[in-house]
Design a protein around this ligand. Structure first.
Ligand code: PEP
Ligand code: MN
Length: 263
């Protein structure tokens, strides 16, 4: 269902008045995790001012350590819904268990499947049945073929609104958190009609490396970007070192606009 052979034209996904996969670059921005109402609202207003059209923020966080901040859970979802009300930005957040499907359905616009859950097939089927657009991140050590088969799980449940997101893969190179596979963009453009996002924040893990890779991604044909932004990254409860300051995000959007039109 997701292959180019099945459908020649690019899939364009509409989320409110925003399009992903159309002529413009979609920019999803926000903190790694929702930490408080003030934090989420402050960052949302900043990223909106600089051109983001979708807001991201985790309420259920899949952390490597059980002792790390796990997210505000339902309280976090309520804050996200409030952000949408106040700013008009549509909300993207990660689902970590089918148990949370009803809650998620109530509060958010786009469901994210994280890298660690790319092959959680029950979760994929669940997301497929929810009927909301899905951002499907590439697994940390998954091939493009495996990734597309995971997209197929969602599509097979009757949900064609799938956005692929490359977020770096594990290699032997330790200078960046992961290695951004930019060649995935042209490869996917040939194999599938689905839109492709790049997340240079998780791919590099380093604030200074985010903007160059974002520009490269857009130059290589990405349909959009997912960028972590925090107004006080030193105090962030997760992924501070890779989060852009709002002003840096603003400069990035301006640079992207030179390469391709932004939403
Ligand atoms: C995230 O987007 O905050 C996240 C946890 O990403 P990934 O699943 O790519 O690690
Ligand atoms: Mn993160």
């Amino acid at each position: 269902l997701v292959s180019r052979q099945m459908k020649k034209e690019d899939t364009v996904i509409r989320i409110g008045n925003v399009e992903v996969g159309g002529d413009r670059i979609a920019i999803i921005a926000g903190p790694c995790a929702v930490e408080s109402r003030e934090q989420a609202m402050t960052i949302a207003k900043e990223v909106k001012k600089y051109g983001a059209t979708l807001f991201r923020g985790g309420a259920f966080k899949p952390r490597s350590s059980p002792y790390s901040f796990q997210g505000l859970e339902e309280e976090g979802l309520k804050i996200l819904a409030e952000v949408r009300e106040v700013t008009g930005l549509r909300i993207v957040t990660e689902i970590t268990s089918p148990m949370h499907a009803d809650l998620m359905f109530k509060y958010v616009d786009v469901i994210q499947i994280g890298a660690r859950n790319m092959q959680n097939f029950e979760l994929l089927k669940c997301a497929g049945r929810m009927g909301k657009p899905v951002v499907l991140k590439r697994g940390l050590a998954s091939t493009i073929e495996e990734w597309l088969m995971s997209a197929e799980y969602i599509a097979a449940e009757g949900n064609p609104n799938i956005i692929l997101c490359e977020r770096g893969i594990r290699t032997f190179e330790p200078y960046t958190r992961n290695t951004l596979d930019l060649s995935a963009i042209p490869v996917l453009k040939q194999l599938t009609h689905l839109p492709v996002l790049i997340d240079p924040s998780h791919a590099t893990g380093i604030r200074e490396k985010v903007s160059p890779m974002a520009r490269a991604a857009v130059a290589a044909g990405a349909d959009g970007l997912m960028i972590e932004v925090h107004h006080k990254p030193e105090e962030a409860l997760s992924d501070g070192p890779q989060s852009l300051y709002p002003k840096q995000f603003g400069r990035l959007v301006r640079d992207i606009y030179v390469i391709a039109p932004v939403v």
